[in-house]
Design a protein around this ligand. Structure first.
Ligand SMILES: [Zn+2]
Length: 50
């Protein structure tokens, strides 16, 4: 089983991580509605230590 690194975007306005799913239809931050998103190329392994 292979785990691909999840692609995230970062909102330029609020700095939150935006899931890639949100950017498939429209590029918009679900938190603040910002339209400027940029890709976060770092691996995201420490979001939730649940
Ligand atoms: Zn935002």
């Amino acid at each position: 089983m292979r785990i691909l690194p999840k692609m995230y975007y970062l909102c330029f306005e609020c700095g939150k991580k935006v899931d890639d799913e949100y950017t498939t239809t429209k590029v918009r931050c679900p938190y603040c509605g910002g339209k400027i998103l940029y890709k976060d190329r770092r691996t995201v392994n420490k979001i939730k230590a649940r």
